[in-house]
Design a protein around this ligand. Structure first.
Ligand SMILES: *[C@@H]1O[C@H](CO)[C@@H](O)[C@H](O)[C@H]1NC(C)=O
Ligand SMILES: *[C@@H]1O[C@H](CO)[C@@H](O)[C@H](O)[C@H]1NC(C)=O
Ligand SMILES: *[C@@H]1O[C@H](CO)[C@@H](O)[C@H](O)[C@H]1NC(C)=O
Ligand SMILES: *[C@@H]1O[C@H](CO)[C@@H](O)[C@H](O)[C@H]1NC(C)=O
Ligand SMILES: *[C@@H]1O[C@H](CO)[C@@H](O)[C@H](O)[C@H]1NC(C)=O
Ligand SMILES: *[C@@H]1O[C@H](CO)[C@@H](O)[C@H](O)[C@H]1NC(C)=O
Length: 657
């Protein structure tokens, strides 16, 4: 008996040994996989000292041409959404006992998106479901031979109705922590971002797909374009200032009945002394007058066009449905539910803790090198000022995932969606509008409570692009939020070599960490209270010189971001390779590429975007951002043996802080 047992165990042991040998030979280690991912993008014919973007990622587009990911963000998002799709597909086979469960609601939205007939996704259908207010219908829907009752049309009422789904047309409203009292939420009004409209055919097509006849669409499109340009002209201020105003002040100064707007949107009357924050006041002052100059049908059609652009900009609402789109729709529009399901499925058994611990370790290292930099005090600030900034930095914490730390996540998410009722009718527009309306109601509902802080902090805002896989800084609250989306191989793997983790996610953590030091954010102290101690910081001679230095070679569209890129690369690089580094400098066995090169090449993966990826016309393109970051890093020229005064190795570098 004993002998048999021994043989059996020996066999098992042998098989195990063979198995582990196979693993070792066939499957590259995680470091090798990451290395391969990075190195395949390198264009060895390019000169890193002249064009680092081309060198580090010149082959990115051809490697990823087939999967359609032309920037790393899209690659990360693609992986994350692929994992969510696995979960959503599993929901299909579950027998749902509880139709009120989060899973059931997610499934209904996802399944409707996948299978609803295409006529339920048309713009015309969306408009059938949302009314311009009162008993009125949209001009194109009045029966043939009758007139649209234009005298009943109230543009303000209409935009308030549409705002209930998150669409900011003509007026942009946000609910955010108050600038002066960080314990409460406040309402912010500003001019909506008005994209240039000059493509008559595009506007015509939108109108036609919303049900306007093609003969009517041509003259309407022309007037809409003119109206848009008149609205743009109302306020061409680049750096808007904001003011705190009462409802009464605003109504007296602007001729806009914002009380009515708020009541329709939020559902209860507001007192005339109610305070709000407004920027672009000039725009609001001129808005009514501009709109009065146009026929009300043009104004209504302008609103329709803006609403159509909003709808078409949402994931999932393209005229064709596919699973990528539908997963993205759920991930963005039901983000707390998606976070819960993702965490339960992929981050259980201590995985989330492991990721969090690694992120905090890197964060701690950068934070210490940042503190040391502040201590050097190159800007000759007073002790008091240095300490103010250091306290701010010390107060900054990282938060992984959107849900609050101190509650049971399932209960929290279930409560969050308890009043979202989706039926099983396969009508996509109707389902999506319910999801959006619910989400908007929750965001606006935050006005009623205090700003969640510390362990209760969670992220709920209306940024429709919030699937962007970047660590995000809540500047006033000093929280750096890291979305689950980012926790994907090859971008961040806890078990991988530090050089990968620090250069990529570490850089972005540093960028986020520096945002509280942007001049506008210096108005908030470490407790997020408004504080004028550094209100005159922009007069600091050292700071002025820094900014001028950064702007010298290639003028920037957004110098503050360039400041952040340059500073963050210097800081993260020094945390890794500087004197007090906690990271290993020995050359790893898995590659012969020197660590410093590997660090910089991996860092550069964030900047593969071509010119057209610059967000509207506000950001510098990736190539410029990358060039400016490396040309100001003293170690760059050395790492790549750049000749003196190569484009990316100038003698004069800008040192920040
Ligand atoms: C690689 O760099 C060379 C030299 O600049 C350039 O001619 C070539 O187009 C680049 N290849 C790719 C795929 O971008
Ligand atoms: C809507 O129509 C009803 C009945 O026709 C009428 O009583 C009501 O006043 C109308 N409402 C508005 C806002 O015009
Ligand atoms: C607003 O206008 C009304 C009526 O003209 C006036 O009574 C009131 O004092 C004004 N309020 C402010 C804040 O200017
Ligand atoms: C900032 O500058 C203004 C005008 O020069 C001055 O009145 C104010 O006291 C300064 N504030 C601080 C906090 O130094
Ligand atoms: C800070 O003070 C030192 C010594 O007084 C001086 O050499 C330096 O130029 C000052 N730096 C700035 C940025 O003002
Ligand atoms: C940067 O340079 C451009 C062009 O020289 C100039 O118009 C702009 O004002 C500068 N920006 C700053 C912040 O100095």
């Amino acid at each position: 008996m004993e002998r048999i047992v021994r043989t059996c165990c020996l066999l098992l042991f042998l098989r195990f040994a063979a198995g582990s040998r196979i693993v070792r030979f066939d499957e590259p280690s995680v470091n090798k996989r990451i290395l391969n991912y990075i190195i395949q993008h390198v264009n060895h014919s390019a000169d890193p000292c002249e064009d680092f973007q081309n060198y580090a990622s010149g082959h990115f587009a051809d490697v990823h041409g087939d999967d359609g990911h032309f920037i790393i963000e899209s690659n990360i998002r693609g992986q994350y959404n692929g994992k969510l799709e696995t979960i959503f597909d599993l929901l299909k086979d579950r027998v749902f006992i509880d139709e009120y469960s989060v899973e059931e609601k997610v499934w209904r939205f996802y399944n409707t998106c996948l299978t609803a007939p295409s006529d339920t996704r048309s713009i015309k259908h969306y408009l059938e479901l949302v009314s311009p207010g009162g008993n009125l219908t949209w001009p194109q829907f009045v029966p043939h031979g009758t007139l649209w009752a234009k005298q009943q049309f109230q543009w303000l009422e209409t935009v308030a109705h549409l705002r209930r789904y998150g669409a900011n047309t003509l007026i942009s409203l946000r609910v955010e922590p108050d600038y002066f009292d960080n314990d409460k939420f406040s309402i912010f009004f500003r001019q909506p971002y008005l994209e240039n409209m000059n493509d008559v055919d595009k506007i015509k097509d939108l109108l036609i797909s919303s049900g306007v006849s093609s003969s009517r669409s041509a003259p309407l499109a022309k007037s809409i374009i003119k109206l848009n340009s008149d609205l743009q002209k109302l306020n061409e201020e680049k750096n808007p200032t904001f003011s705190v105003l009462t409802l009464e002040d605003i109504q007296n100064g602007t001729d806009i009945q914002l009380d009515k707007y708020l009541e329709i949107l939020i559902g209860h009357p507001f007192e005339s002394g109610f305070e709000m924050t407004m920027s672009d006041v000039k725009y609001f002052e001129g808005l009514s007058e501009v709109l009065e100059n146009y026929d009300q049908e043009v104004v209504a059609s302008y609103i329709i066009v803006q609403f159509s652009l909003f709808v078409r900009g949402l994931d999932g609402s393209d005229s064709e449905s596919d699973s990528n789109n539908c997963v993205a729709a759920v991930a963005v529009q039901m983000e707390l539910a998606s976070d819960l399901l993702y965490k339960n499925y992929y981050l259980g058994q201590g995985k989330l803790e492991k990721y969090t611990k690694e992120i905090e370790r890197i964060f701690g290292a950068v934070s210490r090198s940042f503190m040391a930099r502040l201590e050097e005090n190159r800007l000759n600030l007073t002790d008091d000022e240095v300490s103010y900034i250091q306290q701010k930095l010390l107060a900054t914490t990282v938060k992984v995932g959107k849900l609050p730390n101190n509650v049971n996540h399932r209960r929290f998410v279930t409560n969050f969606y308890d009043d979202l009722n989706l039926d099983t009718d396969l009508d996509f527009a109707s389902t999506q509008l319910k999801v959006l309306e619910h989400r908007t109601r929750r965001v606006l509902g935050q006005l009623k409570g205090p700003v969640p802080k510390g362990n209760s902090f969670y992220l709920l805002d209306e940024d429709q692009y919030d699937q962007n896989p970047e660590p995000r800084m809540q500047a006033v609250q000093t929280f750096i939020f890291v979305p689950y989306c980012l926790l994907q191989e090859p971008f961040f793997v806890p078990e991988s070599h530090d050089v990968f983790k620090v250069s990529l996610l570490g850089f972005y953590l540093t960028r986020a960490m520096a945002i509280p030091l942007w001049t506008a954010n210096l108005y908030y102290d470490s407790l997020s209270n408004y504080n004028e101690k550094l209100m005159n910081f922009t007069d600091n001679e050292g700071y002025i010189n820094e900014m001028a230095c950064l702007n010298r070679t290639t003028p920037s569209r957004d110098l503050q971001r360039r400041w952040d890129d340059v500073l963050s690369l210097q800081l993260i690089y020094n945390s890794y390779f500087g004197e007090n580094s906690e990271f290993s400098q020995t050359q790893p066995a898995f590659t012969r590429v020197p660590l410093k090169k590997l660090f910089l090449i991996n860092f550069a993966q964030w900047f593969v975007g071509l010119e057209d990826y610059a967000f509207f016309d506000l950001d510098d393109p990736d190539k410029m951002r990358l060039s400016e970051a490396v040309r100001n890093l003293p170690a760059f020229g050395e790492a790549f043996n750049c000749p003196k005064n190569a484009l990316l190795n100038p003698t004069e570098k800008c040192e920040i802080w």
